[in-house]
Design a protein around this ligand. Structure first.
Ligand SMILES: NC(=O)C1=CN([C@@H]2O[C@H](COP(=O)(O)OP(=O)(O)OC[C@H]3O[C@@H](n4cnc5c(N)ncnc54)[C@H](O)[C@@H]3O)[C@@H](O)[C@H]2O)[C@@H](O)CC1
Ligand SMILES: [K+]
Length: 511
């Protein structure tokens, strides 16, 4: 499913009306009716409800007038509150209809808002701002939104909760906290990314009659099972371990031995033929937790951290790997930088760089340049802070526009970027997929190491870096969601996510 920006939505509306000739009033009528239908579906009866519809002066308010008209046909207690009578031309069509039908329409003022505190509404429709929100909310708008949020009513937002920026999902001053948001054509970024997604409640996407053929060149999509290629999950009866690839992992230190264990355990659990772990000797005290299928190549370290001299002894192994993982739990120092540069200068293996690999990259101009020119597939898996370090910006800037940040990293390094967060973004610099599975039980140290292991395993099994990243992000979150059916968020551990991959893969295959 596509995800739109406000300008893409406007362009779609423009094409529908100007090129195809669907009148804008028809689109508005359809939009309002869709919202009404959703409300009608949710309640057994509406005639005993007190309903308020708050309408702004833009077209979002116009949708609200349509909703109010339909509601007034089935409920005698519908009140419309208008912020400004100076509404758009199309909205005016519907405001005039309401007036002719003698629906209760009032212009909102501070006094009126205050008097509403003694009334109880069962249902409130928020049609104050949609994709046209252009500045932070203040004054009477702010007070009305605070009133709606404190009202105890069941709240429907039209298109997007008022106060949420449709392009960044940020809260502009304050925002309506809806129970349900009915959006049109396709969801907007503000409906999908956080914090906007939280304010939306349940998101319902409705068709308002815009022909699909005019919706072109949309690069952002929600990641669904349909976007995944599972053809390589089929195993031929006469296959052997060599058919499923060799993963090499450079990870761990005496400080973070668990990162290496989680990453390599995840790799073997997700199907690669062989997995080699290059890790300092001092990181091997987690022996009992590591899956026995992993081949360990103990490295002579320096004070518990990998050393360049120790690492180059494994060059001949590196040449045999189908994919190399670099970074989990390595720590950051000059030796790690030297090793990363050595790999980038001397090998051409598909590489997945995570954690300390990314931190090393962000402070090494030489490694950055080499990586950009590295002639093999690359996946970078930063979380927001690591992405900020790579881009040399504040983490707030990444949070404000994560799609832009991920796209920039992917373009700069000609890599696949997996920007990890509550909505992980996967991009090759052109197409963008937003993962909407997963739960806060995954917000624990070690989750990222597990994801890296899965990506490595998928590349080893023959998937392209982009396909592997999509598939792995999906399976990682699906595993956590399946675990949530039996476990509390607090007790779901990254190592459980590894074990849960079995159910996740089976569920994905079975559909
Ligand atoms: N043909 C179309 O364009 C369609 C549009 N539709 C609806 O129209 C909406 C977009 O309509 P508009 O572009 O008119 O935008 P909005 O209705 O979101 O709001 C724009 C108006 O609000 C004002 N405004 C913005 N931020 C403000 C703030 N913080 N404080 C005070 N005033 C502020 C603007 O000056 C402008 O007057 C969509 O979200 C959707 O609900 C639907 O009817 C479907 C068809
Ligand atoms: K709204």
């Amino acid at each position: 499913m596509f995800v739109l920006t406000s300008s893409q939505m406007r362009e779609i509306d423009r094409k529908a009306s100007q090129e195809i000739g669907i009148p804008e009033v028809v689109l508005m009528e359809n939009a309002g009716f869709c919202v009404f239908e959703e409300i009608r579906k949710d309640f057994e009866t509406l005639d005993d409800k007190n309903i308020a519809v708050f309408c702004g002066k833009g077209n979002n308010g116009g949708d609200g007038f349509v909703v109010a008209r339909y509601l007034a046909q089935v409920c005698p207690n519908v009140k419309v509150f208008l912020f400004d009578e100076n509404v758009t031309l199309i909205s005016k069509v519907f405001l005039d209809i309401l007036k002719r039908l003698e629906v209760d329409v009032s212009i909102l003022s501070e006094e009126l808002l205050l008097s509403l505190k003694t009334q109880r509404f069962d249902i409130i429709v928020d049609a104050i701002f949609g994709i046209g929100l252009s500045k932070d909310i203040d004054g009477l708008y702010k007070k009305a939104i605070e009133y709606i949020n404190g009202s105890g009513a069941y709240v429907y937002s039209v298109d997007i909760p008022s106060g949420i920026c449709s392009d960044s999902a940020s809260v502009r001053g304050c925002a309506v906290k809806a129970n349900k948001t009915v959006t049109f054509v396709y969801p907007k970024i503000g409906n999908i990314l956080y914090p906007g997604s939280y304010y939306c409640g349940k998101v319902i996407v409705k068709d308002i009659g815009i022909p699909e053929k005019i919706i072109k060149d949309i690069k952002v999509k929600i990641l669904t099972a349909e976007d995944l290629d599972i053809s390589k999950f089929y195993r031929f009866p006469d296959s052997h371990k060599g058919d499923y690839g060799k993963v090499g992992i450079v990870a761990g230190s005496k400080y973070y031995p668990g990162a290496a264990v989680l990453c390599s355990n995840a790799a073997v659990q997700s199907g690669c033929g062989l997995c080699y772990l290059i890790t300092p000797q001092e990181a091997l005290y987690f022996q009992n937790l590591r899956k026995p299928e992993i081949v360990v190549l103990p490295l002579e370290g320096k004070e518990g951290v990998i050393s360049f001299d120790g690492f180059v002894k494994f060059d001949e192994y590196l040449a045999k790997f189908d994919v190399l993982g670099f970074g989990c739990g390595l720590t950051k120092n000059e030796e790690v930088e030297k090793i990363l540069i050595h790999i980038l200068e001397n090998f051409q293996i598909p590489i997945v760089i995570d954690a300390d690999g990314l931190n090393t990259l962000s402070s090494s101009q030489k490694a950055k340049k080499l990586l950009a020119n590295y002639k093999s597939q690359k996946v970078l898996t930063p979380h927001y802070m690591e992405a900020a370090r790579i881009l040399g910006v504040d983490v707030k800037d990444v949070a404000k526009s994560p799609i832009d940040a991920a796209t920039k990293i992917a373009s700069e390094f000609r890599a696949i970027c997996v920007l990890k967060g509550s909505r992980t973004i996967i991009t090759d610099g052109d197409e963008v997929f937003i993962n909407v599975l997963g739960n806060p039980g995954m917000a624990k140290g070690g989750s990222g190491d597990v994801l890296t292991g899965i990506i490595l395993s998928m590349i080893a099994q023959g998937y392209s870096a982009f396909e592997a990243a999509k598939l792995s992000v999906y399976l990682h979150s699906l595993s956590a969601d399946i675990l949530l059916e039996k476990k509390a968020m607090q007790t779901i551990l990254p190592s459980d996510i590894i074990e849960g991959l079995d159910s996740a893969i089976r569920r994905l295959i079975e559909g």
